[in-house]
Ligand binder design. Structure first.
Ligand code: UD1
Length: 390
């Protein structure tokens, strides 16, 4: 059997690492007995290309170099999807895989599932069935199209199965396998426990902040972590500026705020004339995008996380870090407090953020483990592909 799996952007990398390991293990043991070996090719579309957004994850998570890099780079959505489809079609025609495996909800997921399906190649979607219901999110469009086309839909939780059934997906195409990203978290959490917070800050602080001393943080220090990159939060000054003010005028008075900055957010702060303010703010520690291990270590020790990332919501749930999700909706409701998780939706309304910030600090850490978020999801994914149609 020949499988091409596709990655394109940062959130894909931590999901592909355990999948590739599970294929390797399968090939070593060939279980179920008598099953065929898998020939695997990894395609990187090149949507994320900076060393810190891409290569560093390959290195730190031991992901083999991509067999093929389409080098699509940045662009509008149509440009990224269009260029990916044209380049990926050639790969599929030459390589003739039995399956194309796509992950998550980025532009590579959409582009490669459509391309494969039009060539009659079977498509497997890992992390199928998540729905935010928000069609203004590019990721929601990517999820809907990919799930509509996929032959095998591997879901991270039971709510996702329900979403798919409501949309009329035949039940035999759907399999609940758990959350593959938690495989990576479990494989790495002990390893990173000894990393020094101070060293992470020192290594990754923006050049612009090197002149002022970093706050002295040890393993007992209280600190907040912030990440933000969604267009809905960062593309409008009227939304981004009040959030920045809340951080500089309120949170940073309580504790240092560590902020690994996404390239889009940095560009927007510069465009809106807010960059100097962020760089010079007392107790706001700006970092370049950091590696997987470093982020996991920061999350493990944080008093609070403020984020618009889906993956961090999930990691906070398992680690128990109180999480303010800077969105009005989520495709990952199992991570919310009402489902036992650690996160609350606060959107970008400052009085709501302020109120939930105080509550979250009082609640403290409450780790949770949703069903099948057990570190064994990747092997269930490989098994589901091998058993397809049997
Ligand atoms: C993409 C995903 C999003 C995911 C996010 C994580 C889609 C639709 N969106 O959004 O779901 O949460 O990745 O990061 O696929 N840039 C760089 N260096 C890079 C990559 C990008 O500077 O290596 C810049 C680009 O020039 C662009 C901005 O960052 O200005 C945004 O990149 P883009 O690829 O459009 O999507 P993300 O916002 O990162």
């Amino acid at each position: 059997m020949k499988i091409i799996s596709v990655v394109g952007a940062r959130p894909n990398f931590m999901k592909i690492a355990p999948f590739i390991n599970a294929i390797k293990k399968h090939n070593e043991k060939l279980e179920p007995s008598g099953s065929q070996p898998v020939k695997h090719l990894l395609v990187h579309t090149g949507q994320h290309y900076d060393v810190r957004m891409s290569e560093s994850f390959f290195r730190s998570l031991g992901i083999p170099n991509p067999d093929i890099n389409l080098e699509i780079g940045s662009g509008t959505h149509a440009e990224q999807v269009g260029h990916t489809m044209i380049a990926f079609e050639k790969i599929c025609i030459t390589e003739k895989p039995d399956w194309v495996v796509v992950l998550g909800d980025v532009n590579a997921t959409l582009a490669c599932s459509v391309t494969a399906k039009k060539l009659n190649i079977k498509v497997c979607h890992i992390e199928a069935g998540l729905r935010s219901g928000d069609m203004a999110m590019p990721e929601e469009i990517n999820r809907l199209v990919t799930d509509r086309l996929s032959d095998l839909l591997l879901t991270p939780d039971r709510l996702s199965n329900e979403n798919l059934k409501k949309e009329g997906v035949p039940p035999e195409k759907i399999e609940f396998v758990g959350n593959i990203m938690i495989d990576t978290l479990e494989a790495n959490r002990e390893k990173v426990a000894g990393l020094s917070i101070a060293a992470i800050l020192e290594k990754n602080r923006l050049d612009e902040q090197q002149k002022k001393p970093a706050p002295k943080l040890d393993s007992d220090s209280r600190y907040a972590v912030l990440t933000m990159h969604r267009p809905s939060n960062v593309d409008q000054k009227e939304i981004l500026e009040p959030i920045l003010n809340f951080l500089t005028e309120e949170v940073s008075k309580d504790m240092p705020v560590i902020w690994p900055i996404h390239p889009r957010t940095q560009k927007m702060l510069q465009k809106f004339g807010l960059w100097e303010k962020a760089v010079n703010a007392e107790n706001l520690v700006l970092l370049y995008p950091i590696g997987y291990h470093e982020m996991l270590r920061l999350n493990m020790g944080a008093a609070i996380m403020l984020t618009d990332s889906g993956g961090l919501q999930e990691e906070c749930c398992v680690l128990g870090t109180p999480c303010l999700t800077l969105r009005w909706n989520t495709e990952r409701p199992v991570t919310l407090k009402e489902h036992g998780g650690a996160s609350v939706l606060v959107g970008n309304n400052i009085s709501r953020i302020r109120e939930e910030y105080q509550t979250a600090l009082q609640t403290g850490r409450v780790p949770q483990r949703p069903e099948l978020w057990d570190g064994q999801t990747a092997q269930r994914c490989v098994k589901a592909i091998l058993n397809y149609g049997k």
